[in-house]
Design a protein around this ligand. Structure first.
Ligand code: GLC
Length: 535
């Protein structure tokens, strides 16, 4: 079996609005990314996944595309993009772009035409219906919006500015194929496919009962067929690496998407870890996760995709709060050790690793002083929703503060100067005040910093066959310890993690310490201690 290059790769996600602003308009841009390619190369990542930069009215910060063939002005021009691809390739970095195919913007010309009448070229590009059902959209409110011009309602699983495309229409599928080909020909190396598991929908969906749309819209057999079609026409011929965002996916369905013979996707993002402490409620009501909430989930996915499919390993992205604040301990005392512990815990597992910008600095959740500090449509809509559910203003505000997507979207922290070195204009979202402590410039100088630890980890992982391809074995132990082994050709690594701020007795194990977040190792595991030991 050949080993695909992306199995050894690490992916770094850039949220372009917040990465680096080259022209001081307060928004990050492509030239900003170009100016930091050396930093990314030096960090040791291989693939840069860049969140959408296409033309967009930004009701969902670019995940509402109004033109798939052009970029929005704040980010730059297509020439800038070409320069980015060229310069990245020269450094040996690959580029993965984000494709949003479940929906477009309501300002896309297809939708503008589609809503005009029932018999033009674009009439059938979206999901229109006289009758509607009780579905609630992901961003609060009904998933249907009535349009007077057409005297029908259209389906939107997200905001009303994001109408869902009708993939059962072959013309829509052809458009998608052409878009993929356009970008593949520009030299991009991969696609991250936004909520791709929703593209295939049941014909009888208006008959659905209840508020949830999943049974009629998620992981339908058509979705697999559409992905196969795209794979045959573009992904395989262009040798693309693909990762699909697939909410509520289980192991079996993940295998269906990612099994080599099925020729659909290379990897999917599963949500079980991210949602492990929500207890089935919306994320605003989630608890702080404990190890017991997710240990079994991690083990299940490691074992589940051991021989078929391939895991994507992530803690963070632009939709999640910062992992150190959610899963770890962001107090001054434990910040660094607990960030490093999280890195060892997940990134010594088998799969392709995904790092979200700033994670390598230990960026934390931010401080919100008032509702005006929020930008994200999901958070703003949810606030009203939470009040309607009976929460008082303070409780609703606190819920947003804890898990709002804006936590992950604050500007990248380059240095301790004005606006963290992100811009000398007014940043579109406030900089996290702790940039004074956590930033590239200072962390580069400190040999013990989180940034230098990430570099070490990435280097260690890169050519280590045991970590890349070894078998996974869980070692039974009581919480708050998590111990597992990786084994290849008789070489065994044991990963030992203390997921707590307490010292825990555990007899010192024999072997060579290959990686650790403390300088010494003994019979007591220190708070958040994590080790990789070669047995
Ligand atoms: C995905 C994106 C998220 C976006 C949503 C709708 O979940 O990651 O940012 O809001 O899809 O496109």
């Amino acid at each position: 079996m050949k080993t695909e290059w992306w199995k050894k790769a690490s992916v770094y996600q850039i949220y372009p609005r917040s990465f680096m602003d080259s022209n001081n308009d307060g928004y990050g841009d492509i030239q900003g990314i170009i100016s930091k390619l050396d930093y990314l190369k030096d960090l040791g990542v291989d693939i840069l996944w860049i969140s959408p930069m296409y033309a967009s009215p930004n009701c969902d910060n670019g995940y509402d595309i109004s033109d798939y063939y052009n970029l929005q002005k704040i980010f730059g021009t297509l020439e800038d993009f070409d320069a980015l691809v060229e310069k990245a390739h020269k450094l040996g970095l690959k580029i993965m772009i984000d494709l949003v195919f479940n929906h477009t913007s309501d300002k896309h010309k297809w939708f503008i035409e589609s809503k005009k009448s029932k018999n033009n070229k674009y009439s059938d590009y979206y999901i229109w219906s006289k009758k509607t059902n009780d579905w609630v959209s992901c961003f609060s409110g009904s998933a249907w919006t009535y349009n007077e011009e057409r005297d029908e309602s259209y389906l939107h699983l997200f905001s009303s500015g994001q109408p869902d495309l009708n993939w059962s229409n072959p013309s829509v599928r052809l458009e998608a194929e052409n878009i993929c080909r356009f970008w593949a020909e520009k030299g991009v190396d991969g696609f991250r496919m936004d909520v791709i598991s929703y593209i295939g929908k049941r014909d009888d969906l208006v008959k659905a009962k209840g508020r949830s749309f999943d049974a009629y819209t998620n992981h339908q057999k058509q979705t697999h067929e559409y992905l196969y079609e795209l794979n045959e026409k573009v992904f395989s011929p262009f040798n693309m690496v693909t990762v699909g965002e697939t909410p509520n996916v289980d192991v079996e369905t993940a295998i269906q998407y990612t099994k080599e013979d099925n020729k659909e996707l290379n990897m999917v993002f599963q949500f079980e870890l991210a949602e492990c402490s929500n207890d089935g409620e919306p994320k605003w009501f989630g608890r702080k996760p404990e190890l017991s909430d997710f240990k079994d989930i991690m083990i299940k996915w490691q074992k589940g995709l051991e021989t078929e499919g391939w895991n994507s390993l992530y803690w963070e992205n632009h939709d999640q709060p910062r992992s150190i604040s959610k899963f770890g301990n962001d107090s001054d005392e434990y910040h660094d050790v607990s960030v490093k512990m999280l890195a060892i815990l997940q990134y010594m597992m088998k799969g392709t690793i995904f790092i979200y910008q700033g994670q390598e600095l230990g960026m934390t959740n931010t401080v919100f002083n008032s509702l005006d500090d929020f930008d994200d449509i999901e958070s703003i809509n949810a606030y009203q929703d939470l009040l309607n559910r009976g929460l008082n203003k303070e409780a609703a505000f606190n819920a947003l503060t804890r898990v709002s997507r804006d936590n992950g979207r604050t500007p990248f922290q380059w240095n301790s100067g004005e606006n963290a070195g992100f811009t000398s204009g007014i940043p579109w979202l406030k900089v996290n005040p702790n940039y004074i402590k956590y930033n590239v410039e200072d962390e580069t100088k400190d040999s013990n910093s989180v940034l230098n630890f990430y570099k070490k980890l990435l280097k260690f992982r890169k050519n280590d066959e045991v970590i890349l391809f070894g078998k996974f074995k869980n070692i039974d132990c009581p919480n708050p310890l998590f111990i597992y082994e990786r084994e290849k050709d008789g070489v065994v690594y044991r990963i030992i993690v203390n997921f707590s701020n307490r010292e825990i007795y555990r007899a010192k194990e024999e072997g060579e310490v290959l990686l650790s977040n403390y300088e010494s190792y003994g019979n007591f595991l220190k708070p958040y201690e994590a080790l990789v030991i070669k047995k």
